[in-house]
Design a protein around this ligand. Sequence first.
Ligand SMILES: [Zn+2]
Length: 155
Amino acid sequence: MQHRPSSTSPAPSARCPECGAPPVDGLDCWGQLGAVLAWEWQDPELFALHFVTVASYNLQHPAQFTVEALAGLKRAYLDHLDRGTPVSEIRARAGAGAKGTQRVRKPQEDQHPVLRLFDRTIADVYQPDHPQGAADRVRAWASAIRHQLAADSEE
Ligand SMILES: [Zn+2]
């Protein structure tokens, strides 16, 4: 038994039940995303990848989204990565779709996370105190997800 200082909110010790990311430096995958997004302010290259970073995270946590929202997100992600569709166009499209009463997120009680392992997760992007090269790590992460999404649609 290790002796650790007790805390009211213990650091996460388990992998994420949905994306499988291990905790890094006491942060769960959501905390790691927040840390990476905070780096954007000092890193224009990473800032330019904001859509890719957030969409990659969301695609690895699909349980919270409705089927329609998830399909739209996948399409936008692949259009952006494969065809270079600008984020401004994706936003305009999403805005048009959101005008109706369609829900994007499922109610909490309908969310059932299923573990799906990918080659890379946010834990491969977030390296504590090492923001250098984060944009390259986001691109590698996105390419692993893109690869798996493309394999899904070929099934
Ligand atoms: Zn996760």
